[in-house]
Ligand binder design. Structure first.
Ligand code: GYE
Length: 324
């Protein structure tokens, strides 16, 4: 009798262990199951709110998350790399499924990206690129900034067939778009055009205005052209040019990049000559790539976004269709 009850106890214990382990097998296979948008947790380390472009980009990231039912943790680094690094670290600590970020500058990301990799969290670079080894990120989604610079250079050549002296408002120092728009422009710029000064306006209207004021103070009406790395700096500069008593778009030809609504309005007013498009509506492509990365798919090194160039003659017609 005692033997029998011992056997029963042993058998019960056996079945309990098997039962438990098969239960944990199930949850293990749950973990390995394909993620969907509805159970995807994303940490997104945004740069800041420096321009109209960025505002549209943030809206696209947030609105698309809502539409898809993605759980989004979002942070704004106020244009500071240390804040972005801290945000990425907090997403690693929270064990999110995937991290998206727009590196404010190109260098200085290896350590934190290695931490994400060690934690098994894929990282997608959005809009701006960092200069890091390929194994530290899943993919880069963004524009061809060098090509944008080349297009801007060609536009300046057309606007100034006689050549002349121009000034340049550079974006955030050390950022991928500033570096690439700087070099792309110089690839196509005609020999009769001379860049007499080039300073950063940090991609903001306020600094674009301030730097243009200094340019005008130093060179006055010698300046026949302005190349601005984004529309916001061009819009700030337009104000400075008007306050100086010159006509923007006429006395000083202006080429900028982004194609935000403010640029279309300036073109309608005849104050901006050309804007080269840089598409900020990256939300849908970002979540698609994020989900694929989490589900273990190998992604291409770079997923480029499509863009165009816009002129004053179509600005009025196109403005109502612009989403940013
Ligand atoms: O052109 C500028 C913004 O990284 C492409 O950042 C982006 C740039 C954009 O502040 O307006």
């Amino acid at each position: 009798m005692r033997k029998l009850s011992l056997l029963v106890v042993v058998m019960m214990a056996f079945f309990m262990i098997v039962g438990c382990s098969s239960g944990s097998d199930e949850s293990a296979s749950d973990d390995a199951a394909e993620k969907t948008m509805e159970n995807l947790v994303v940490g997104y380390a945004q740069i800041g709110a420096e321009s109209e472009w960025r505002t549209a980009n943030t809206a696209s990231i947030k609105e698309t998350a809502e539409e898809l039912g993605v759980d989004l943790k979002f942070s704004d680094a106020q244009q500071k790399q240390e804040n972005q690094i801290a945000a990425i670290r907090s997403y690693i600590a929270e064990d999110v499924d995937v991290i998206g970020f727009s590196p404010v500058v190109e260098t200085g990301w290896e350590t934190v990206l290695q931490e994400a990799k060690d934690a098994g969290i894929p990282v997608i670079m959005v809009d701006r690129r960092a200069d890091v080894p390929r194994e530290l990120y899943a993919t880069y989604l963004g524009s061809d900034f060098v090509e944008e610079g080349r297009k801007a250079g060609n536009e300046m050549n057309t606007l100034l067939p006689e050549g002349g002296k121009i000034v340049e408002l550079v974006g955030t120092v050390g950022s991928a778009p500033a570096n690439d728009r700087y070099s792309g422009f110089r690839e196509t710029m005609a020999d009769n055009i001379e860049i007499i000064d080039s300073q950063s306006g940090d991609f903001t209207r306020a600094q674009g205005k301030e730097v243009m004021e200094a340019f005008l103070k130093n060179y006055g009406d010698e300046i026949v052209g302005l190349y601005a790395h984004n529309d916001d700096m061009a819009i700030g500069a337009i104000q400075a040019i008007e306050e100086f008593g010159l006509q923007p778009g006429v006395d000083i030809k202006i080429v900028s990049i982004d194609a935000v609504r403010g640029a279309f309005e300036a073109m309608i007013d005849g104050k901006l000559n050309v804007t080269v498009e840089c598409n900020p509506l990256l939300g849908p492509q970002f979540y698609d790539l994020a989900l694929r990365a989490v589900n273990g798919e190998e992604l291409p090194e770079w997923v480029p976004s499509e863009e165009s160039v816009y002129y004053p003659d179509k600005a009025e017609e196109l403005l109502p269709e612009r989403q940013y």
